[in-house]
Design a protein around this ligand. Structure first.
Ligand SMILES: [Zn+2]
Length: 325
């Protein structure tokens, strides 16, 4: 098991559990299961709040539009005195400028000049947002499913919050296949989800995992969760993550997790995979479609481009995957 807790913890403010890793690794499912636990509030991919939520008024996970959602209305009022007082265009611009892999060296150090000023401004906005989510939800932990390493490095700089990282990894072949296929978005009138070639996904996957390993080594508590382990034993993995976060296990909530099913309630995810809108019983399965659908040439390429990390996370060989490192 990889749990690194060698950083000082701030005494006050929100405890943010940031799900980090490559998109299409099952993070929406994980965040929703965690969000169903008392003491935990899952808000989806929070980095998109300024554009998809405030500016474009997309559908919240609860089904209401962002502007009509009572939870987000209360959060906006508490954080900024109402969303009308927030310059969402400016916030979106800051997110675009800061949340880039090319900015990662500067995000480690804090940067200089205009970059440092932008970073200060943006972390100030996030600080108020995380605190307001915590207060309005009454939760002790806020799950932010923004996934990108750059976003985690920004969240790490929010002064009154403390950050923990749930490093989620799914086999690179499954992730590559998921990015290569056509998936219509039910929350955007059937518009297709973004696609990426298997080679680009494999390179990205390797970089993302390396970055989250590094973030864990530099003082941010980190737990490694393999998607395959989560769907194989969601009960045990959820308990392990709650223990890492310091959230007491609630027997009634845990009873909603079966051996291969979970009961999804309603949450207020601001953005994410379209499955964020589904409620009720969800069957969990390993999703090995890539074994049939990913062409052999693409499969070999993905293996070659992600080999060291495939070995590190024990995706090579015939042995049954283990839950822990
Ligand atoms: Zn809502």
């Amino acid at each position: 098991m990889t749990v690194e807790q060698n950083g000082p913890l701030a005494p006050t403010g929100a405890h943010v559990a940031f799900i980090g890793g490559t998109g299409r690794s099952g993070s929406t499912l994980l965040s929703r299961v965690l969000g169903g636990m008392p003491g935990v509030c899952s808000v989806g991919e929070l980095c998109w709040l300024w554009s998809y939520g405030v500016t474009n008024n997309r559908q919240c996970g609860c089904g209401a539009s962002f502007a009509d959602c009572p939870f987000w209305t209360a959060v906006g009022k508490r954080a900024y005195g109402g969303w009308a007082n927030l310059d969402a265009v400016r916030a979106t611009e800051l997110r675009r400028r800061l949340t880039r892999n090319s900015r990662i060296p500067a995000l480690w150090t804090g940067g200089r000049g205009r970059f440092a000023h932008d970073l200060d401004e943006y972390t100030g906005l996030l600080d108020r947002l995380y605190s307001a989510i915590c207060t309005e939800s009454g939760a002790q932990v806020v799950v932010d499913n923004s996934k990108q390493a750059a976003a985690a490095l920004i969240a790490r700089r929010v002064s009154s919050s403390r950050l923990s990282v749930i490093h989620l990894v799914r086999r690179s072949h499954g992730v590559a296949y998921s990015w290569s296929k056509s998936v219509p978005r039910s929350d955007m009138g059937g518009r297709e989800m973004r696609r990426r070639s298997p080679a680009r996904t494999a390179v990205r996957w390797t970089a993302d995992n390396l970055l989250f390993e590094t973030i864990g080594r530099f003082g941010t508590p980190r737990i490694l969760v393999r998607y395959e382990d989560f769907v194989a034993d969601p009960h045990a993995e959820t308990e392990r993550i709650l223990a890492f976060l310091g959230v007491p296990v609630d027997a009634a909530a845990m009873a909603t997790i079966g051996p291969d099913t979970v009961e999804l309630g309603i949450d207020h995810s601001v953005w994410g995979n379209p499955m964020r809108l589904r409620t009720g019983r969800e069957r969990l399965r390993p999703d090995d479609t890539w074994r049939q659908q990913l062409p052999p040439s693409a499969r070999r390429l993905v293996t070659a481009l992600s080999l060291p990390a495939l070995a590190r996370y024990r995706y090579l060989g015939r042995a049954a995957p283990s839950r822990t490192e």
